[in-house]
Write a protein that binds this ligand. Structure first.
Ligand SMILES: Nc1ncnc2c1ncn2[C@@H]1O[C@H](COP(=O)(O)OP(=O)(O)OP(=O)(O)O)[C@@H](O)[C@H]1O
Length: 247
């Protein structure tokens, strides 16, 4: 069996907020690898550092200590302009609040990252994501004319259109009903199985984590456990065991 290589890895991550007595270590020494072609979920209680970890490994926030690599490129220490370009070209993002541009159509929103990079969409790449998302008859609609589920599928298509090294999704189903959530997660799952996409998702929901290959659990800014081949029931059990041990 070949060991999958890391799409993203980080070592010794420390991130602190605030000063004096109110100083908080949101990340207190995290070593982590997100393997290529794998769907990883990050879970943990509120305030455990999930979003901070995602923002730090995605180069959206500076770390106080430690290093982050995207493939062979070390992100920590890069100049802001270099980092911005690298994020645009090599990382896709899906946020809870869709973050679509209201004046653009669905199609324009999807192809925006390519426009910004001065690239044309490969016809098959565009067809592939539009097909997978079931968005054919919505391409000329603006976000306000789409349901929440459709808007999030546009956001996911936009994240995937550049075939990024990794897609980071922060609570992508947080604002969706259960049917739209399942549709979106099924799409992310297929992008991993069919296209070899790497996906990292922060979620509170065991049902969402059940779509992933591996769940990492954070507590007080540290990785405390992981679960392979998760099912919602096993995720829930594991979360309950943390609640019991937390003081
Ligand atoms: N910009 C900030 N300024 C000050 N403290 C912050 C900031 N961002 C996060 N924190 C603190 O860092 C800790 C980790 O926050 P983070 O948002 O990463 O947790 P989380 O697990 O994603 O939480 P949630 O599930 O509630 O979104 C918390 O104690 C939080 O209050």
């Amino acid at each position: 069996m070949t060991k999958r290589t890391a799409a993203v890895r980080a070592s010794g991550l420390v991130k602190r907020y605030g000063a004096g007595d109110s100083r908080v270590a949101a990340l207190a020494g995290v070593d982590v690898e997100f393997r290529r072609g794998e769907f990883t979920a990050i879970m943990g209680p509120s305030g455990s550092g999930k979003s901070t970890l995602m923002h730090c490994v995605a180069g959206l926030e500076q770390v106080d200590e430690g290093q982050v690599w995207l493939g062979d490129t070390e992100l920590t220490g890069l100049r802001d302009d270099v980092l911005t370009e690298l994020r645009r070209d090599r990382i896709g993002f899906v946020f809870q609040a869709f973050n679509l541009l209201p004046a653009l159509t669905a199609l324009e929103n999807i192809t925006l990252p390519l426009e910004l990079a001065g690239r044309k969409p490969a016809p098959d790449a565009l067809t592939e994501v539009v097909d997978a998302m079931g968005l054919h008859d919505r391409l000329s609609h603006r976000p306000s004319q789409l349901s929440g589920g459709q808007q999030q599928r546009v956001a996911a298509a936009r994240a995937l259109i550049t075939r990024p090294d990794v897609v980071f999704a922060d609570e992508p189903t947080g604002a969706l009903d259960s049917a739209s959530s399942a549709e979106l997660l099924g799409f992310l799952r297929r992008s991993v199985d069919g296209l070899g996409q790497t996906v990292v998702m922060v979620t509170h929901e065991p049902s969402a984590a059940g779509w992933s290959d591996r769940v990492l659990f954070l507590q007080d800014g540290q990785l405390v456990d992981e679960l392979d081949a998760p099912t919602p029931d096993r995720v829930l059990e594991r979360m309950k065991s943390f609640e019991r041990t937390a003081v």
